[in-house]
Design a binder for this molecule. Sequence first.
Ligand code: NAD
Ligand code: DAU
Length: 359
Amino acid sequence: MSTQSKTIPPKIIMVTGGACFIGSHVVRLLVNKYPGYHIVNLDALTYAGNMANLKDVGKAPNYTFEKGDITDEARIRELFEQYHFDAVIHLAAESHVDRSIMDPLAFVKTNVLGTAILLHAAHAAWKKDPAGKLFYHVSTDEVYGSLGKEGFFTEETPYDPRSPYSASKASSDHFVMAWYHTYGMPVILSNCSNNYGSNHFPEKLIPLMINNILHHKPLPVYGKGENVRDWLFVEDHARAIDTIFHHGKTGEKYNIGGFNEWKNIDIVNLLCGIMDKKLGRTPGESAQLITYVKDRPGHDLRYAIDATKLNKELGWKPSLQFEEGLEKTVDWYLANQDWVKAVTSGDYQNYYAEQYVKR
Ligand code: NAD
Ligand code: DAU
């Protein structure tokens, strides 16, 4: 009997949007955990993509960066011909709800057309031999719409998107399942709740509040601050994607969430308390910056994920308590002010004025 160990075939994986907040954590995990895989990060480097997010893995021998746009069909086909990908993990997207209200068509183009172009190219490349191939689509809980005070989103909850962002993500999910049913494309989908952690672009609630608290700027809470989100530490999301990618069932979807619901106003107060301590301010000082502003149009009241399927079938669960994760996050922002300064200069100032000053 041979004592040779079984050879694991090399996996060549295209990660789209790998320079972003969540994408960079996914790329780091895969590059470090699987030295035998080749991770090709395809990213257009929009305002949200940032090479600095991956400077620690940039020179790894199993990592390659390709600048490119998922809506550029010729470029995507060329990349499939060049690398012979075994799998795609698709994160590239326009992801901010407020920007989708300002410029909805940009979301249709990237999130809907871009996803369809990737699916089309993957199908062309894989149709003769789909064995061992996988198209993993990273989606959001926002496709399910808005919950009242009770209940949870399960994998069976009907889609009911209510913003241009969530409608574009819902549409992309439908295209992924259409390729599964029509062409037999091996696909998996996951729908995750709100992420937080390092490298989060400061247009989103938590990093925006951390930055404004630090600089004594008003803390813009939409409406009454009563909306509820279910928060998950970004590295736990990356671990969930790794688990589902390797052990999930083709043609299925998995909800990912933190079992961690918070009202926006409570998070802002928690951050104020943490930062008062860290910055040596008088308790209550930062909370005086809280400013209630005009509500987001069509603002979803509550998201809450039931992640039982992922826990029961694949054994994943979140690793961090929220307070601990928030402390880590605040520490990262305080220690990485160069990163924050670089992403909040230029275009960010125009966006900020449009969203918060001129309204
Ligand atoms: P992000 O907005 O921080 O970054 C998006 C990335 O996509 C950037 O690197 C950008 O350069 C790239 N990109 C945008 N358009 C592109 C194009 N046309 N071609 C190639 N690259 C392009 O995103 P994020 O918040 O990290 O979210 C990543 C994914 O996870 C998205 O698909 C999002 O819908 C999903 N998601 C996000 C959250 C969250 O809380 N942020 C929760 C659940 C799901
Ligand atoms: O649920 C997953 C989704 O979470 C992801 O799919 C999206 O890509 C991601 O952006 C996030 O969407 P939200 O709209 O929930 O996240 P955001 O950080 O923009 O807002 C969180 C809550 O905070 C929401 O109720 C709106 C509110 N808010 C947000 C901002 C930026 C404020 O009150 N003030 C603000 O300035």
